[in-house]
Design a protein around this ligand. Structure first.
Ligand SMILES: [Zn+2]
Length: 248
């Protein structure tokens, strides 16, 4: 973890994350690392054209809206990031080469090409603040003996490098085999085209939520990936929340 320099001015003008329903009663704790496309004005949009951050490179389109609906429906805590993943990717370990991505998809990120030590520390502070908040919540629940499952909510693009990704929803996991299989079976029974560890696989060098907050704590943990063209409006998001709530 970086040693935060609390006296240095940074462009980061809001907290790293927002906690909703902190004392929610449901066993599921939701996290949404790619919830926001927000880049502070002082960062000059990292040299990207205006609005580029609203594209999927900047955030997971629809993921926060779905996570909030689930949090409401279940009365489940939700920890959601307040900054774009272009500043620092909260689901990448700090040692990953694309923790602060120099390119994303086909876009070079000019503002990430040559950042100095102070800027790197300020970005890494967003990471440690977010994951510190998740850790505190989970540790408190474990101290209180509350049953807890961790569900990270993400979205993915319908195509990658010209290849169609047919799944409507992917359940990604490593140790939480039983929980994941139960989810996959329930969703399959609803007629949903589910991916078992698709469209990605979890890897400790490329992921944080599942290995750190779930598997290392012995908590059942999955990462849900929804195809973002299925989260285009409020009604679709409500439909997904209705399908997912009873099975999580
Ligand atoms: Zn994501």
């Amino acid at each position: 973890m970086p040693s935060p320099n609390t006296t240095a001015a940074t462009p980061f003008d809001r907290p790293a994350c927002t906690v909703h329903h902190e004392w929610g009663t449901h066993p599921v704790v939701l996290i949404c690392e790619h919830a926001s496309p927000y880049i502070p004005r002082a960062c000059a949009n990292l040299g990207l054209p205006e609005g580029a951050e609203l594209n999927h490179i900047g955030w997971d389109i629809g993921a926060l809206a779905l996570a909030q609906r689930l949090s409401e429906e279940l009365d489940a805590p939700l920890i959601a990031a307040n900054y774009s993943r272009l500043l620092i990717d909260l689901n990448r370990p700090l040692h990953a080469p694309d923790s602060i991505p120099t390119r994303s998809d086909t876009w070079p990120i000019p503002g990430n090409q040559a950042i100095d030590e102070a800027e790197r520390h300020a970005r890494q502070r967003l990471f440690s603040d977010f994951h510190g908040a998740v850790a505190r919540l989970l540790e408190r629940r474990q101290r209180l003996g509350l049953p807890t499952r961790v569900v990270a909510v993400h979205s993915f693009t319908p195509t990658l490098n010209g290849v169609a990704r047919p799944w409507e929803l992917g359940v990604l996991y490593q140790d939480a085999h039983d929980y994941a299989q139960r989810l996959l079976l329930s969703l399959d029974r609803q007629g949903i085209h589910v991916g078992d560890n698709q469209p990605y696989q979890i890897h400790p060098d490329e992921d944080v939520a599942v290995p750190v907050h779930g598997d290392a704590r012995g908590l059942p943990c999955v990462l849900l990936e929804l195809r973002n063209d299925l989260l285009g409006d409020e009604r679709s998001i409500d439909d997904w929340a209705r399908r997912l709530s009873p099975v999580l």
